[in-house]
Design a protein around this ligand. Sequence first.
Ligand SMILES: [Zn+2]
Length: 293
Amino acid sequence: MSSRAKLVRDVRVLTTGDGLVHHEHVYGTRKPELVWIFFGRRWVRLPIHVYLIDHVDAVVLFDTGQDRAVVTDPDYWPDPITGFFFRHVFRDIRIGPDDTLPAQLDKAGYAASQVDIAVISHLHSDHVGGIADIPQAQLYAGAQGFDFMRESDHPERATVFRGRIELPGARWNMIDFAPTDDPALAPFTEAFDLLGDGTLIVLPTPGHLPGSVSLLVRRDHVPPLLLVGDLCYDEQLLEADQVPAVCHDPDQLLDSYAKVRALQAHTPGLLVLTAHDPHAADKLRATARTGPR
Ligand SMILES: [Zn+2]
């Protein structure tokens, strides 16, 4: 473990803007989807995060944020129905010129061209939006998520797949999980050791979308992190077993929740960080101050 301090040098949260989503989207509802999407009146503003891991061997991103074109390009959604639907799910998106992935990386002291790897939690547009800015990077995603988006006839998914995921030259890799009996990862029985040194472990956490993944970041001297994408929108939902309204498979999500809670129970200090947690930067700063463990 002592060598890990030198391996993961820093973890940062970058924010590629924010937007309003329905209260139901985050906290769940029994109302039918079209009812809360078109008639819901309570909105919650959520940031759109990217996590940057400065590892001695690679600059790694977890997710890539939302492409600013969604606010600058009237043709971002190529057909009007998809655009109309999307604007009722995700409203008043604010992404300024300083909020793009390259601008946020620059502010943190990195060039977009320095990014070696991006692990994509799942293939929604606000997680794949920066991949065009890092064409040199190896991209990793869950194979089931890729198949789901590729084969879908859902207009939003098909549009996102063709326009934002299947980019010419994008270096996609399907995550190849291997069986594991490592008690430190229990109850997960499959994992992918991204760099082969035990510091960055990709874990399958499906439910929000098929093939969704999380990234365990193991550092010395400071508590480990679990970066979870949209597994939940904040940690309290995970603790309360509360399923958001935007969820592909609630049973699968609850199973992923239970696994993450079990991992937390035997991993002292494990901090779960989501892609849309408004307090992520404060939480990350607090763990950095926790000191030797
Ligand atoms: Zn999502």
